[in-house]
Write a protein that binds this ligand. Structure first.
Ligand code: ACM
Ligand code: ZN
Length: 763
């Protein structure tokens, strides 16, 4: 009897877990709704089915969906107004009693048809978006929709995606396509980063030089910002959106319940303006529109003619964008010029300001007062906190959570967009074949794990977090195809952070649904990234000798195949089952397969084994928690960090030194030693001030055998070598002194430098 109950329980549990899986396969919705009840059966919608709208005002939602259907499926549904659904149709109605934020809806699909009730027109629209995700991603398949009952409401009111159109310019057609991607994933703010050092992209009628001069640059940095030697192309690059085009985009977005948030950068990131109007600077110029990336020292000078200019610009901007908010930038404004400008210094005195930070606050407050006269509210990057926050400002917290926490505690609204979870210009894959990116590492699962409300906020403060946004900076993103590669599917993960209640988030289930979305995105001709299928490698000290290389796929399905002769793996290559041991340098080329069909990218990695590789290491200082993957062993795992750095295989120390002792296990003959460090000033990563290597027989008494000063480092060399006459030692100590506080004029001035180290070498 007991056994029978046990067996019954087992079968029941298996059934439960199988059905949870089935639910996510049968209803592959992203973002996942608040509540979903599977129903038996499905409904087949004939091409003759209709949108029945309960009220004429709802028909505009049907029109937008018909545009999508026509473009992608080649047909539309007719729309009629009626209070009665009739069988086989899609009935749309508004019921303000439906609980939840604006955009909440109920969707019922049964064998009689489809019913969508929104708490508002936005709710109807989101119900329709959910419905569209239930359609087959195929032009020829019958329109069978699985029966279901869904109650859904967004977690956050602000669900944003940003696009930088200054560093690279994207035509209106792509901007609309980008908005389509937002809409599919129920995002509702499009942050249009319209101005920056490298180009002004919005027509301002009063200032034609913005179109003639500021919208164009004579050449662009080739390769990564930190690459040496610096190289530029000589192609005149640029463009701008006419006011008619801006209106077209705003209207396109509005019909899709997306608000466009325009950003006009000040007081920094203004070089393109100053190229046309050098009188608005502290020095008077002359200037040229930026050709490289990073932060420029020449910024707006807070003089009356600057405010007059900005107010005139903002007047036109306020007219073009009906949304409540105007974004005024505020980030990364070096104070070098202000410190030595007679006007700036006398203004500081006259206004009784403490320093240049308070001068920045003065600047921002004046702009806020102006925006308020136009019935707009101001939003800015978290630097607007420095020197005191403007009274009604909303803060976009990008340099981590702290700005957002501080602002929320002061009672200000906040949008969370910390670099570590929301910068879609970071690498999403460790695959060396990944297109050039700015650096950093933000894989899909990390986006998914983003929690926008930090524990530090309690009670009312929590309500200050309006929502989240991901930022798509485009220094290294030249066209729309690449934008899609960077944002898809990471935006899918973000959409679930933004929309779904946190208790409903489950990465494995998300990935299961993502498989269907790849089919949909493929059907829509989208250039999504395959990084989720990447093979990951981890290195451990060898159980017998050298190192053990473990291959792993975070994606649960399929098998890993690999080669060790440099060739690309195919359906006949060896299937990985146990760690690969190496005591000599080895190349492993691997990919994820479904049977004999390759699913993901091919990953090739060289493991370069030297006398330190796989041995024992101790670190005096802990690396920063964001850049400590693999711990100290990272420095002797045979893997050189990728360049540009992507967060993998680099240890990052913020404001701290590296001090590491490697125990070679026994007295060993040494002819040279080396340290590999990184210089990427745009990311606040600086070469160490000084490096030194010591030897010891007992691990207690060390003698130096070489050092090098930071200013002697040759950025073209992969690592710094300390040659010695043949010596024998068991312990090698490596020291790299952090460069300290970042000096004025460099990106991140005033903050502690990062020291990045990837490998220690003993030969
Ligand atoms: C920013 O990334 N400078 C806001
Ligand atoms: Zn000045």
């Amino acid at each position: 009897m007991f056994l029978r109950i046990l067996l019954f329980l087992l079968v029941y549990l298996l059934h439960l877990s199988a059905s949870a899986q089935d639910v996510h396969q049968r209803y592959p919705l992203i973002p996942w709704p608040d509540s979903l009840r599977p129903l038996q059966g499905s409904v087949r919608l004939e091409r003759s089915a209709k949108f029945i709208v309960a009220h004429d005002s709802i028909s505009q939602e049907a029109v937008v969906v018909n545009e999508y259907l026509l473009a992608n499926y080649g047909f539309t549904f007719q729309t009629t107004v009626s209070k009665r659904a009739g069988d086989g149709n899609i009935f749309l109605t508004v019921d303000p009693a439906i609980p939840g934020h604006t955009g909440a809806y109920q969707l019922t699909v049964n064998n009689r048809g489809v019913i969508i009730k929104g708490n508002s027109l936005a709710g109807v629209f989101y119900g329709l978006q959910t419905f569209l995700q239930l359609l087959p991603p195929s032009k020829s398949a019958p329109l069978d929709v699985q029966a279901v009952e869904i109650f859904d409401s967004p977690r956050f009111v602000y669900r944003g995606m940003h696009l930088d159109v200054s560093r690279h310019f994207f035509p209106v057609a792509f901007v609309k396509r980008y908005i389509d991607h937002l809409v599919r994933y129920k995002m509702n703010y499009f942050h249009w980063h319209l101005t920056d050092d490298q180009g002004w992209r919005i027509e301002i009628k009063r200032y034609p030089e913005l179109q003639r001069v500021s919208a164009w640059r004579n050449g662009t940095r080739i390769g990564h910002y930190s690459s040496v030697p610096e190289a530029y192309d000589t192609i005149r690059y640029g463009g701008y959106y006419t006011q008619d085009e801006v209106k077209e985009v705003v209207a396109y977005a509005a019909r899709r319940h997306v608000t466009v948030l325009p950003e006009i950068e000040m007081p920094g990131h203004a070089l393109a303006v100053l190229a046309a109007y050098p009188n608005l600077s502290c020095t008077g110029g002359p200037f040229t529109v930026g050709r490289t990336w990073g932060v420029f020292q020449d910024v707006f000078c807070p003089k009356e003619e600057t405010f007059e200019f900005l107010e005139n610009v903002l007047s036109e901007v306020c007219e073009l964008f009906p949304g409540t908010y105007i974004h005024i930038g505020g980030d990364e404004c070096p104070k070098d010029r202000w410190k030595v400008c007679t006007h700036c210094q006398s203004l500081i005195k006259k206004e009784g300001l403490k320093d240049e930070h308070e001068l920045q606050s003065y600047f921002i407050r004046r702009i806020e007062r102006f925006l308020n006269t136009r019935n707009k509210r101001m939003i800015g990057w978290d630097e607007i906190l420095e020197g005191g926050l403007a009274p009604d400002a909303t803060v976009m917290s990008w340099r981590g959570y702290q700005g957002g926490i501080d602002a929320a505690k002061m009672g200000h609204d906040v949008v969370m967009t910390p670099t570590s979870y929301c910068y879609f210009d970071y690498y999403q894959s460790r695959n060396p074949q990944e297109p050039l990116a700015i650096g950093g590492f933000l894989p899909l699962d990390k986006v998914y794990r983003f929690e926008p409300v930090p524990d530090a906020l309690v009670g009312e403060e929590v309500q200050r977090i309006l929502g989240v946004q991901a930022n798509m900076w485009t220094e290294y993103v030249p066209d729309g195809k690449q934008v899609e590669h960077m944002v898809l599917p990471r935006m899918c993960a973000l959409s679930e952070v933004a929309w779904s209640s946190s208790g409903k988030r489950n990465y494995d289930q998300f990935v299961e649904r993502l498989g269907s979305h790849f089919k949909l995105l493929g059907f829509l001709g989208t250039n999504y990234s395959l990084a989720v299928f990447d093979v990951e490698a981890a290195v451990y000290p060898g159980t017998t000798k050298g190192i053990d290389i473990h291959l792993n796929s975070p994606y649960k399905y399929g098998s890993i195949r690999y080669t060790t002769n440099g060739s690309r793996p195919d359906g006949n290559s060896k299937i990985y089952s146990t760690p690969i041991n190496a005591d000599q340098s080895i190349v492993i080329t691997s990919a994820l397969f479904d049977g004999s069909e390759r699913k993901g990218n091919v990953l090739q990695q060289l493991y370069k084994v030297n006398q330190a590789t796989g041995k024992t290491i101790t670190l005096t200082n802990k690396p920063h928690e964001e850049y400590c993957r693999g711990g100290g062993f990272t420095l002797i795992n045979g893997v050189y960090g990728a360049l540009p750095w992507n967060g993998a295989d680099w240890l990052g120390f913020q404001g701290q030194d590296l001090e590491a002792v490697v125990d070679l296990g026994k007295p060993t003959t040494i002819i040279r030693a080396g340290i590999d460090v990184l210089n990427d000033e745009g990311s606040w990563i600086h070469y160490p001030k000084r490096m030194e290597v010591f030897l010891s027989d007992d691990g207690i008494t060390f003698t130096s055998f070489g050092n090098v000063e930071g200013d002697k480092l040759d950025a073209s060399k992969r690592y710094v070598i300390f040659p010695v006459d043949k010596v024998k030692a068991r312990y090698v100590k490596f020291v790299a002194e952090n460069a300290g506080i970042i000096p004025d004029g460099k990106p991140g001035a005033g903050n502690p430098s990062w020291l990045f180290v990837d490998e220690l070498v003993v030969e």
